[in-house]
Design a protein around this ligand. Structure first.
Ligand code: MG
Length: 383
């Protein structure tokens, strides 16, 4: 059933803002919001959408926010406790997890326990703890509806199909702004160049991940968990135009693709209205103006991050978590001009090599591995 009221975790980020726009358009109410510390924007959102609960992760910012909204009837929380309260807020029947990083993990698990639909936009949730999250969701009968465009596409291609009909997933990716470039050609790339994605408008972290193709690697791992398939069942296909958002091949050889304009609003809206579809405010594909749709194999030599991620996917255990956490710290360092572009891969690869991985981790082991990878990059990669 289409949802009535949502909690948005990470409401001031790119996905969070688009989610609120979609909710406003679709007449879905907003019960709870959370953000890290952008209190200006959060105040604006609170006045517009009138949530009953707002969590500000940063404690100082939470105090500031409380003063700002003193005239409104809204409860304000802080820290991980606040984030969890927002995720499990009674009136919400769906949680949009748009926070960036492993911080989204515990609140998401809490929301799964409360059987709320998870509109999943936080990659780390499945990359780090896919086994735990999917098991808990299936035990509770909780729906996990992907928001990422590729996973939403695969989800749509598989709607109404039996599990045994699926042969393989064809995960498409644009290849990013530096497609075909060698490591040497990329050594002087600036953060400004890296965040300029040709097709999608996204936050800075995911834009850099798209440039390195680590993003496709993280999506590969997510797809394994979401659709319970093995690494051998997923093929990455480079499709620079981003019109096909991913495909599935069925056992008889039929391929089903999902196409649309590259606008995250579409998968966000479907995650909220699923299984229904409603008219949207987004653009339409004009087939008369589409020139070439091209497809090619990834060049793993030139996209070592993608290769590393697929290796970690095969290893399983804490390897994907270590890689993702190391990558995250390295990307933010790169964005602050503290390390070079190629060092993003170096940091992730070295963390995976040096930090001992565990095969069948529980949640605490995962969170420790996450922290170990972060400290490793902070200590070993700085100028
Ligand atoms: Mg994506």
């Amino acid at each position: 059933m289409s949802v009535k009221s949502i909690s948005v975790l990470g409401s001031t980020g790119s996905i969070g803002r688009q989610t609120l726009a979609v909710a406003g358009h679709a007449g879905i109410s907003v019960s709870a919001l959370s953000a890290n510390r952008k209190t200006d924007m959060l105040e604006e959102q609170t006045r517009k959408f009138r949530p009953e609960y707002v969590a500000v992760y940063d404690e100082d910012a939470a105090r500031d926010f409380k003063v700002r909204v003193a005239d409104l009837d809204v409860k304000v929380g802080a820290g991980l406790e606040g984030l969890t309260e927002a995720a499990t807020y009674e009136k919400s029947d769906c949680v949009v997890t748009a926070v960036s990083g492993a911080i989204g993990l515990k609140p998401t698990l809490a929301a799964i326990d409360c059987k709320k639909r998870i509109a999943l936009a936080n990659k780390e949730t499945l990359v780090c703890a896919g086994d735990i999250v999917m098991k808990k969701a299936s035990e509770n009968g909780t729906e996990i509806v992907p928001v990422d465009s590729e996973h939403s596409a695969i989800f749509q291609c598989l709607m109404g199909r039996k599990k045994g009909e699926l042969k393989k997933i064809l995960l498409t990716g644009s290849g990013g702004p530096f497609r075909g470039k060698t490591r040497d050609e990329l050594k002087d790339v600036s953060p400004e160049d890296a965040v300029r994605h040709p097709n999608w408008s996204m936050g800075p972290k995911i834009s850099v991940d798209s440039a390195t193709m680590m993003n496709k690697g993280l999506e590969f791992i997510e797809a394994m968990h979401l659709f319970s398939v093995t690494p051998d069942d997923i093929t990455v296909v480079v499709h620079p135009q981003s019109v096909v958002h991913s495909m599935v091949e069925l056992v008889d050889g039929t391929v089903i693709a999902q196409l649309g304009v590259p606008d995250m609003g579409l998968p966000i809206q479907l995650a909220l209205t699923y299984p229904e579809r409603v008219p949207s405010m987004f653009g339409r594909l004009d087939f008369y103006s589409l020139k070439d749709l091209t497809f090619e194999a990834p060049d793993y030599e030139k996209t070592p991050c993608l290769k590393l991620a697929i290796d970690c996917a095969r290893r399983g255990g804490t390897a994907p978590c270590i890689m993702s956490a190391a990558n995250e710290v390295a990307v933010w360092k790169f964005l602050r001009h503290e390390i070079g572009y190629n060092e993003i891969y170096d940091a992730a690869a070295l963390a995976v090599e040096k930090i001992p991985a565990s095969d069948d981790p529980d949640l605490d082991t995962i969170l420790l591995a996450d922290e170990a990878a972060r400290s490793f990059v902070r200590e070993n990669f700085s100028r």
